[in-house]
Design a protein around this ligand. Structure first.
Ligand code: SAH
Ligand code: SF4
Ligand code: F3S
Length: 484
């Protein structure tokens, strides 16, 4: 929405009951309050959003930033700002500790700036014990909300500005999806697109279903409309987001499969690259593999979380596939898309994991030869079934297994990366190189990073690059001018 349209909203009348109109009313109202404050202080007001966790949170933050921009706050890199918002993650315990650690620092900043507001949102806020702790020991926090009501951000800011008291609004779950709110993309040429929210899988170690609620798919119509709008605005790559994109659309009034959705997205003119995250192996269909094989736009990369290679542990994890089924899937995918890069997530030290179980994980790693993998030490999440399982593995054993696993993964990843050395690949230029002037970096279809000489005019373009040298996990490349 444009500023002029915001000015036409009558903020003296009552707030509309329907969304998103209601939120535009509060955006207009907050804008007036912020403008008044800026006049009073004789300077502009600034904000900083700090995002923890996964791509889902990153996308949520773009929406929060979009709202803050429309209200009239100006974005800055530093937390010495007038509004600091932490969008939190709680998937592992250390994510929580980092937030508590930083809150003390924010309180010090607030003592120096009486206008400063501190906001907390995201997955951690959906945990009752976190809220208790914040209410008791962190009274200086101004605004707390959860994952289900981020669309109400402007309304909550107005409540805070008008009341001068801590505002707390947490919903247990929701079946609502509010469309058409502002959002500010981090990159002009690529964007995350939520296709579904929540998770119904209840893997026994995982807190996400408790903090993100039940699975809800957006309608294909809304998704396609959003992508078309993004493309008209310069986007050439989308990342479709969901905790388990392979179960997309099952609960819609007119059910549609994820593969069906991909086919519709493929037809959008001007869109060049399609990525998606995350694929649960239990729901990865032959139809999807087929669509990936035929597609011109779906990138040659599949993130397929393994978690463990032991069928016994997978059962305890409630993952609903066996080691053998996983390996069959990998074979099928490689047959359909021979150059595909496979990446994964693995948890080490799930309760009851024996040396034999761990060897099974290593066996899968050796057979699949992943292009890269995220490895996590099992973290006990209160409220999940695994937290009360007996035989928690000792930290020493976990550490030893973790190191062995990492070494194995790095060996294969390095070898895999070498295979592309000397070839010419299409690269989407994404950033100016942070380390080196007149250098840029970009990504191959398979998600690997390449650094090459170049300038800002190349940002957001797909160019042909010769991968001159493989540096282990990334490449040094050279732009090829003539067509290949
Ligand atoms: N929906 C995605 C994953 C979301 S969480 C999926 O199903 O793959 C991202 C990763 O964090 C998971 O794949 C898992 O490997 C890891 N993870 C989740 N809970 C964890 C825990 N309690 N301890 C350690 N790692 C965990
Ligand atoms: Fe967590 Fe499993 Fe859902 Fe992924 S699929 S978010 S690991 S419960
Ligand atoms: Fe973390 Fe929430 Fe994502 S717990 S991993 S930010 S869904």
């Amino acid at each position: 929405m444009f500023d002029a349209e915001l000015e036409n909203i009558d903020i003296l009348s009552e707030a509309p009951a329907t969304e998103p109109e209601r939120q535009y009313y509060f955006i207009a109202k907050a804008k007036k309050l912020i403008t008044e404050k800026e006049k009073e202080l004789g300077r502009s007001l600034t904000f900083c959003v700090n995002t923890f966790g996964c791509q889902m949170n990153a996308r949520d933050s773009e929406k929060l930033v979009g709202i803050l921009n429309q209200i009239g706050y100006h974005e800055v890199e530093t937390e010495e700002a007038d509004f600091v918002l932490y969008n939190t993650c709680t998937v592992r315990e250390n994510a929580n500790q980092r937030v508590y650690g930083r809150l003390g620092f924010l309180n010090n900043l607030k003592r120096k700036n009486s206008n400063m507001l501190i906001g907390l949102c995201g997955c951690m806020m959906q945990e009752p014990k976190v809220i208790e702790k914040l209410k008791k020991s962190y009274r200086f926090v101004d605004l707390i909300f959860g994952t289900h009501n981020i669309y109400k951000f402007a309304e909550l800011i107005v409540t805070r500005l008008e009341s001068n008291r801590m505002v707390l609004d947490i919903w247990e779950d929701t079946d609502k999806i509010v469309e058409d709110l502002p959002s500010q993309r981090k990159y002009s040429f690529k964007s995350g697109v939520n296709i579904m929210f929540g998770c119904n899988n209840f893997c026994s170690y995982c807190i996400v279903p408790y903090v993100r609620g039940r699975e809800r798919s957006r309608s294909p119509k809304d998704i396609i409309a959003e992508i078309k709008k993004l493309v008209a605005d310069g986007v050439i790559e989308v990342m479709l987001l969901g905790q388990n994109v392979n179960s997309y659309g099952k609960n819609l009034e007119n059910p549609i499969s994820f593969a069906g959705l991909l086919e519709q997205i493929e037809n959008i003119d001007g869109l060049e690259r399609i990525r998606f995250m995350t694929s649960h192996p239990k729901d990865l269909s032959d139809e999807l593999i087929d669509v990936m094989g035929k597609s011109q736009k779906i990138c040659a990369h599949l993130h397929l979380p393994l978690q463990s290679g032991s069928t016994n542990i997978l059962k305890k994890m409630n993952r609903k596939y066996t080691k053998e089924q996983y390996l069959v899937l990998v074979d099928k995918i490689r047959k359909a898309v021979p150059n595909i890069a496979l990446t994964t997530d693995i948890i080490v030290g799930f309760p009851g994991e024996t040396e034999e179980d761990f060897e099974e994980t290593l066996d899968v790693v050796r057979r699949v030869k992943y292009d890269s993998a995220f490895t996590f030490i099992y973290s006990k999440r209160t409220g999940t079934p695994a937290a009360v399982m007996e035989e928690q593995v000792s930290p020493e054993i976990i550490k030893e297994r973790f190191d062995r696993l990492l070494k194995e993964i790095q060996d294969y990843a390095g070898k895999k990366a070498m295979e592309l050395e000397g070839t010419v690949q299409e690269v989407l230029v994404e950033e100016l190189d942070q380390q080196k002037e007149h250098w840029i970096s970009g990504r191959l279809s398979n998600n690997s990073v390449v650094h090459l000489e170049g300038d800002a005019s190349m940002l957001g373009k797909i160019i042909k690059v010769e991968l001159s040298e493989c540096k282990g996990f990334y490449y040094i490349g050279k732009k090829i001018d003539k067509a290949i």
